[in-house]
Design a protein around this ligand. Structure first.
Ligand code: NBY
Length: 789
């Protein structure tokens, strides 16, 4: 977008006066933020409208996801419009600090972790690539909780991003629809958020549904008695879009969650079909030619019976014809193989919440059951394993696979495990449905925005084509022996570390040495991600430094950021453990300046933007086979951090792209784990035989550490020692510690370290979500670039 200073000034002043009756020089940062946001909205309005018009004529992909972890929009929008520098300059001339304005914005935190953030990166790539793709989800009034630490324990407080409204959402009452549940109906009111592509006029849409009661349409007709009833009904309806479920792995099977899922799925499908009919009338057989719907995990899978309902019940299409349409329209992404995450609904609950949808689901189940009986007449076990309804549970992943034409995993290893193990029966039955789509991240947010220093240096070296084509980064390899370049990327890293140090000083009052190694693990807290392995090593290291004060050792800062699901006791215990150990180490004057442990409170997208650029080491240490992909690993790599990781998820591909010699790979591989499991794993073996390990593990219960009486340390101890150490923390400890020492030695050689950094940056091209989205567009959705003039 062209920047015209006079026009912006005029618009901004006009907004401030009209909205807040204040002049530019007297406006508060909040007022300037709002006016700036509204000004952006007014400048993109026409392009947004035209994008919608163009897309309606062509095939579109709809990304149904219960989560979109968008973060802040202002900075990203200005960058994608190409006017960020100009706006910053312009505000500076007015004596306004842009950073202060930016900090007025709350994160749109409508997601838990990787799955939600992936959806957000996909939105950016779709718009940037001029692809007709739209997101659909729920407009949760409260996003993921805000995390506070009290006595080292996590405390949750409600998140309230809509408290002062949102400048980036436009309410669309004309597109309101009614969603029918068993006994009640609710209004679904859509709000659209513009998704501005980088360096293009295309503006895509993320549509979020808000739940309202149908009775507040005509409250006037109610008498005193019913008035109270009516307000009750209003609360019940509004509950549906009130809060994001903060679980990132366990499937809870709660009624409200099922209502949320059906609510946004039904509203979205009604919307999609309504718009289809406007253009194509009743030619429903053409749906797969114009519509492709991606199911982001099983959370929106109820869309399969819902589309059947719309076609059969509402539009009078024959069941068989409707089923053909459904299969060609949907595709499904699997994000996990953890058994506890595979979504299953209890028949009784499902039937109560969505009775008609249950009948249809049963219809689909019976149809498939017959197919199975014909396919495997001599294998009743297999028939039973693959049933959609088993006993009194509905298996959503099975429904998804049966009702989709494509099923994908999110990294090569993950897809292989799905095909060979978890979904083996299904892969045998439908080999052509399965494919891999390795995840990616948007370089606009995760490099251009979060690390402007590195971004402009890269541009200085190889030009700016990387912003739209990340494979261009490969050109950086020509500088691998250029001392000037190597020392510059080192200096930029130090600069970003200093910025993080400043942030942590301001927000948490912690003092960190920017010349220490920043070893970072940021992600949701889960046993399989093994934050426990990380902190065990730190505690062991601390013992070593105490016993051997003259040990040759580069000062290291271990940084953690993680939210735990509120009901996940062990995860919360691990947070306490990290903070417990942090307090001991940070408070020890003998150790000061050599070892530090920091737990970053309330880790979220906006904080992530400060952390990734400042990291030297990227901790990706999940038990092999458990992390479907990981995407934080890619953000670290792009910013020149070296991966310390297991061969799990996308780490495998990261090591392949950058060369295994440029990462620190350790621990058991998937096949080692399989073998050890078969042989029988006894955690007492490493416990008794690995030097120092016993000391670390027993610190949990011998009084050196304290859980303040909650009993959770004993529980963790027992999970390791008596209940089989499911995640092989003890088994992998020794190799992990060896790599940690190697890192500490290697870091001293600045040049060779900077070479590793450069190798990682130069080979991060594959991990752009642009590459991922192009693969989805070409191999699953069959959508084409539709550029706005
Ligand atoms: O999806 C993550 C995977 O763990 C990670 O490996 C992968 O990179 C990423 C993107 O593909 N999964 C994830 O974030 N899952 C959730 O957040 C989640 C949320 C809700 C529920 C389950 C999982 N739920 O059952 O309600």
């Amino acid at each position: 977008m062209e920047f015209n200073k006079e026009k912006w000034k005029e618009k901004l002043e006009e907004r401030l006066l009209e909205k807040f009756s204040v002049s530019l020089k007297d406006a508060s940062p909040f007022e300037v933020y709002k006016a700036l946001g509204e000004t952006v909205m007014s400048f993109i309005a026409k392009d947004w409208y035209e994008t919608k018009q163009e897309y309606s004529k062509t095939k579109q992909a709809f990304y149904l996801s219960s989560e979109f972890l968008m973060g802040r929009a202002l900075g990203n929008n200005l960058i994608n419009l190409g006017i960020d520098k100009e706006i910053q300059e312009f505000l500076k001339e007015l004596g306004i600090d842009y950073n202060q304005i930016e900090d007025e914005e709350e994160d749109a935190a409508l997601g838990n972790g990787g799955l939600g953030r992936l959806a957000a990166c996909f939105m950016d790539s779709l718009a940037t690539l001029n692809l007709p793709g739209q997101g659909y989800s729920i407009r949760y009034r409260n996003g993921i909780f805000n995390q506070y630490l009290r006595d080292g324990y996590q405390v949750e407080k409600p998140e309230t991003w809509l408290k002062y409204e949102d400048v980036w959402s436009v309410m669309r009452p004309e597109d309101e629809v009614v969603v029918n549940f068993g006994y009640t109906s609710v209004r679904a009111l859509p709000y659209d958020m513009p998704i501005i592509g980088y360096g293009t006029k295309n503006v895509n849409t993320l549509r979020l549904w808000e739940a309202h009661s149908i009775v507040d349409l005509d409250l006037g007709v109610f008498n005193q008695q019913d008035y109270l009833h009516a307000t009750q009904d209003k609360t019940l309806a509004e509950d549906i879009s009130r809060v994001l479920y903060p679980n990132d792995s366990t499937d809870e099977g709660k009624k409200l969650r099922l209502r949320q899922q059906y609510f946004f799925v039904s509203a979205s499908l009604q919307d999609i079909i309504k718009k289809f009919k406007k253009v194509h009338g009743r030619e429903f057989s053409k749906i797969p030619e114009f519509i492709s719907i991606q199911l982001n995990d099983t959370h929106p899978v109820i869309a399969i019976p819902e589309l059947m309902r719309i076609l059969v019940d509402v539009e009078g299409v024959l069941w068989e014809d409707a089923w053909e349409i459904v299969k060609k329209t949907f595709s499904y992404t699997n994000h996990t193989i953890l058994a506890e995450a595979l979504e299953k609904w209890w028949v009784g609950l499902y039937q109560e919440v969505v009775p008609r949808i249950f009948q249809i689901t049963e219809g689909i189940h019976n149809q498939f059951k017959n197919e199975l009986a014909n396919l495997y007449p001599n294998d009743v076990n297999k028939q039973n394993r693959m049933q959609i309804i088993q006993g009194n549970m509905i298996h959503m992943a099975w429904l998804a696979i049966y009702g989709s034409h494509k099923v994908n995993g999110v990294a090569e290893l993950h897809t292989e495990i799905l095909k060979e193990h978890e979904l083996r029966d299904w892969y045998e039955l439908y080999p052509d449905k399965f494919l891999n789509k390795t995840n990616g991240i948007t370089q606009r947010r995760w490099l251009l925005k979060s690390n402007p220093q590195l971004a402009s240096y890269i541009t200085e070296l190889i030009g700016d084509a990387w912003i739209k084509d990340l494979s261009e980064l490969k050109k950086l390899e020509q500088f691998i022996d250029d001392k000037k370049v190597l020392s510059k990327i080192w200096d930029i890293k130090i600069e970003k570390k200093k910025e993080l140090v400043e942030y942590l000083r301001e927000t948490q009052g912690i003092d960190i040495n920017p010349n220490s190694i920043f070893d970072v693990q940021v992600k949701r807290l889960h046993e399989y991600k093994r934050q426990l392995l990380n902190i065990f090593q730190v505690y062991d290291l601390y013992q070593q430094l105490k016993q051997n004060p003259n040990m040759d050792f580069v000062p290291t800062t271990y940084i953690y950021g993680a939210k735990a699901a509120p009901g996940y006791k062990v995860a919360k215990g691990i947070i306490r453990l990290i903070n417990d150990i942090a307090q001991i180490i940070n408070g020890d004057d003998e150790i000061k300046d050599r070892l530090k442990v920091v737990f970053v409170e309330n880790y979220r997208v906006t904080v992530a933007e400060k952390i990734f650029p400042a990291a030297d080491i990227s901790e990706q240490i999940s038990t092999a086979g458990k992390e479907a992909s990981g995407t934080g690993n890619m953000k670290f790599m792009l910013n020149g951090a070296i991966t310390l990781g297991t061969l799990d998820g996308a780490n495998v591909e990261i090591a392949k792209e950058a060369g295994e010699e440029n990462e620190y790979i350790f621990g058991m591989r998937v096949k080692d784990i399989e073998e050890l499991r078969k042989k029988g794993y006894d955690p007492r073996f490493p416990y008794n035989n690995v030097t120092g390990l016993k000391q670390v593990v027993d610190a949990l219960i011998d009084g050196r550490l304290s859980d303040l009486g909650s009993g959770i340390y004993r529980e963790i101890h027992s999970l390791l020692m008596e209940r089989g150490d499911q995640y092989f923390v003890l088994e992998d400890f020794e190799d992990y510690r060896r790599k940690q020492r190697e890192i500490n030695r290697d870091y001293k050689d600045k040049i060779s370290w900077a070479k590793k950094m450069l190798k990682n940056i130069a080979n991060a091209g594959k991990f752009s979500s642009d590459r991922t989205i192009l693969e989805y567009a070409n191999e699953i959705w069959n959508i084409k670039e539709t550029k706005i003039k």
